[in-house]
Design a protein around this ligand. Structure first.
Ligand code: LAN
Length: 734
């Protein structure tokens, strides 16, 4: 029976059989879900991780302890936590996780499949729908920019379209409720730039109502200060195919379903809409970063240029050049693309340029499956193809820092992680002319195939590897990676330090800052802040310091330069502290996250509460925010408003651990304060060693929340272990 028929008969949503899902992981950490036939269930056992994730309780080989003996010592809890984490590790060394939160990724997959007529497996359709339905706002039935957001026009339009294109009928109660909210928000006309772009691709809106993204910009000399290759890697990766599609006004073939959708998502008939007049119409609720008058002025000029002045040859030449760059991106990322938003646009452009049977197109479609991730509430398109290198680097380091690595039962876990990290180091550079820096020797955030250097991921992976190499228990595998490979990593890391006057000594995410922050004045995305260029990030700087200081203690390579880089970075960290003692975190929520990283970096150069005023202020800021239950907690509002806003009644495990780590490494003198937090971590741990999900932990571009499911294990384990290092294996009451 077709999915559509199935849905129209009933309100309850169909669900796939959790026992049939398998997560396949490769040596390089790439992840892919498969829905196997019933008959294969027996011969193809599910991994522990999948059983845990999909809550297959009857078969969950829970780790059973003698519960009559309550745990009083923090290190015992660390061990239980470590056992649980070990249980989740895949044979290739990674800790898979459903990296979800953003609600604007799935539209790319669904729209690209619609445009290119790519069939989506029934099991995937069912689960994509189930997740969207499960994440609808409980009151108004809409969706926001991310999972815990209020309903916005962008989120609601995109996910309404997802549901309808995936087969949910318009009269399904979920659609009826969502449509009401969408129309209340002004209908799909009030979408921000990217929403309007997806609508136009789907032929549900007209390109003349989308602000321009001219591909000609790529033809300018790199010396031009606003050249797109100077933009932040994600922004340029998205605007590259978007420029192609918008300037060629590419739209999907209209069909009866799309015609119906045209009638469903607007407050007036489609043919009555003056699209050009709606270019700047953005729903107030969505708006995080309103247009500047400079942007409006430029847009008006560009619209005029595109309509009356643009010569056809230039359009052809610049779109051709854009496609050359897209091909290079595909080559550099083994057809994964940097992340799913740009990747979905690239799939469509490749389809147009090369056709549905071409190698490039087929490879892109195949690898797109690696960002799909199943979970208990359904399937999502993740923020990236995973968090592999980042999580493994942390895990190994924390096992060494806490002494867990001395216990033989964790040697196998460490060895697997170590081999994975070694395999994840980049061994080649990008193809000529792709505006990319040298990458050989660096590490990515997710997998080697994804292909993008990240400063802090390089530093954290490097540190983790050196820790393994240094430990006597791993002497036999010490030489699996040569010192020269580590030197390459250091070369890359040093080359990423910003030396410009406003951000001297800092590190950014993927590259050194290439363009002026003034380009933010032409940020066209409306829903995100800080996306135009790289910025200095205190967390990236902290991690880089940690990698550099640790390397420096063990090697003499480029010693003077490293010392200089460290002292410049430390100066930056000190200067980035706000007058109240806090640091604003851009990639985790929020001040607790950045506080931990900064205090750890400062401790690596022997700055402590006793001897350093910056550290003292940093600790005092955090201690003053300890909650009545002994822990700490911050909510997403902190990131959005740049003001510390706590999580309400009760604190959160991950943020409590972040603060404790910062305080412990800073040698904060008041043991009582720390014990209260530690006892909270112990209290919240389940008898099997697990900590449960409490609240979304990460963020990006100030406005979008994203989950880091491994954090609830990694950081409490580290905090509990560091407590033992500081105070001995003592009892803590709770
Ligand atoms: C990430 C995830 C990891 C993160 C850290 C390593 C934690 C950080 O320290 C540096 C920045 C980085 C690599 C990062 C950058 C932005 C990403 C890739 C993401 C938050 C995951 C998803 C996000 C990406 C930009 C989503 C696409 C949306 C846009 C607004 C362009």
């Amino acid at each position: 029976m077709s999915l559509l028929g199935y849905y129209s008969d009933q309100i309850a949503l169909p669900k796939t059989d959790p026992k049939r899902w398998r997560l396949r992981t490769t040596e390089l950490g790439n992840e892919r879900w498969e829905y196997i036939a019933k008959e294969e269930i027996e011969n193809d056992p599910q991994s522990n991780y999948v059983k845990y994730l999909l809550k297959i309780h009857d078969e969950f080989p829970s780790i059973v302890y003698d519960d009559s003996k309550p745990l009083n010592r923090p290190f015992e809890c660390a061990i239980r936590g470590a056992n649980f984490l070990k249980f989740l590790q895949e044979p290739c060394g990674i800790f898979p996780c459903q990296y979800k939160g953003p609600m604007f990724m799935t539209i790319g997959y669904v729209a690209a499949c619609k445009f290119c007529d790519i069939p989506i497996e029934e099991s995937v359709k069912i689960e994509l729908i189930r997740y969207i339905v499960n994440s609808a706002h409980p009151v108004d039935g809409g969706w926001g920019l991310h999972e815990v957001d209020k309903s916005t026009c962008f989120g609601t339009t995109m996910n309404y379209l997802n549901l309808r294109l995936l087969g949910l009928p318009a009269n399904h109660p979920v659609c009826v409720k969502a449509r009401k909210t969408l129309l209340r928000l002004g209908g799909a006309l009030a979408n921000p730039h990217w929403g309007k772009a997806w609508l136009s691709v789907l032929n549900l809106y007209k390109w003349e109502g989308v602000n321009p993204a001219p591909p000609e910009l790529w033809m300018l000399p790199y010396a031009f200060p606003a050249h797109p290759a100077r933009w932040w890697v994600h922004t340029r990766a998205i605007y590259l195919p978007l420029g192609y599609l918008s300037s060629k006004k590419i739209s999907c073939k209209l069909d009866p379903l799309l015609e119906q959708l045209r009638a469903e998502i607007y407050t007036c008939p489609f043919q009555d809409i003056n699209f050009n007049e709606n270019r700047n119409n953005v729903c107030g609720i969505d708006l995080y970063y309103p247009h500047t008058s400079i942007l409006n002025f430029l847009n008006n000029g560009l619209v005029f240029y595109e309509k009356y002045l643009r010569p056809n040859w230039l359009l052809e030449k610049s779109t051709k050049y854009s496609y050359e760059l897209i091909k290079k991106e595909n080559e550099n990322t083994k057809h994964l693309g940097i992340a799913p938003v740009s990747d979905a646009f690239n799939v469509i452009v490749t389809f147009i340029e090369e056709g549905k049977d071409s190698k490039n197109f087929l490879k892109l479609v195949d690898r797109f499956k690696e960002v799909l991730f199943q979970g208990p509430q359904g399937m999502v398109v993740m923020g990236t193809n995973g968090v592999q290198v980042w999580d493994v680097s942390f895990c190994l380091q924390y096992f060494f820092m806490t002494g867990l690595a001395d216990l033989p039962e964790y040697h196998d876990l460490i060895l697997k992680g170590y081999i994975f990290l070694i395999k994840s180091q980049f061994t080649d550079n990008c193809v000529e002319g792709s505006y990319r820096d040298e990458r050989k020797g660096a590490w990515p955030f997710s997998t080697k195939d994804q292909g993008y250097t990240v400063s802090d991921c390089t530093a954290e992976a490097l540190k983790a590897i050196i820790m393994v190499k240094n430990h006597p228990s791993f002497a036999q595998v010490k030489d699996l990676i040569q010192d020269e490979n580590l030197y390459d990593g250091i070369d890359r890391l040093l080359s990423l330090q910003n030396l410009g006057s406003f951000h001297f000594g800092s590190f950014s995410t993927y590259e050194k800052i290439r363009g002026t922050p003034l380009l933010e004045l032409i940020n066209p995305a409306e829903v995100f802040g800080n996306i135009m260029v790289e910025f200095p990030y205190v967390e990236c700087t902290d991690s880089s310091v940690l990698g550099l200081t640790y390397f420096r203690k063990n090697f003499d390579y480029r010693a003077q330069e490293i010392d200089l880089a460290i002292s410049r970075a430390i100066d930056y960290i000190i200067q980035a502290q706000q007058p109240d003692g806090s640091w604003y975190g851009c990639w985790g929520i929020c001040f607790t996250y950045a506080g931990m990283f900064a205090l750890e970096a400062l401790s690596s150069v022997e700055k402590t509460y006793e001897n350093d005023f910056t550290v003292k202020k940093g600790c005092d800021f955090l201690v003053a925010r300890q909650m009545a239950d002994g822990g700490w907690g911050e909510c997403m509002k902190s990131s959005e408003t740049h003001t510390y806003i706590d999580s309400g009644k009760s604190s959160l495990v991950v943020q409590t651990a972040w603060v404790l780590i910062g305080l412990l490494l800073a040698n904060y003198p008041n043991q009582k304060v720390i014990e209260k937090g530690i006892s909270l971590l112990m209290k919240r741990q389940k008898a099997n060693g697990e900590w449960e999900f409490e609240s979304i932990e990460g963020v990006f571009n100030h406005s979008c929340a994203i989950e880091y499911p491994s954090y609830k294990f990694l950081f409490p384990i580290k905090a509990l272990g560091l407590f033992k290092n500081q105070y001995g294996d003592i009892e803590v009451k709770y």
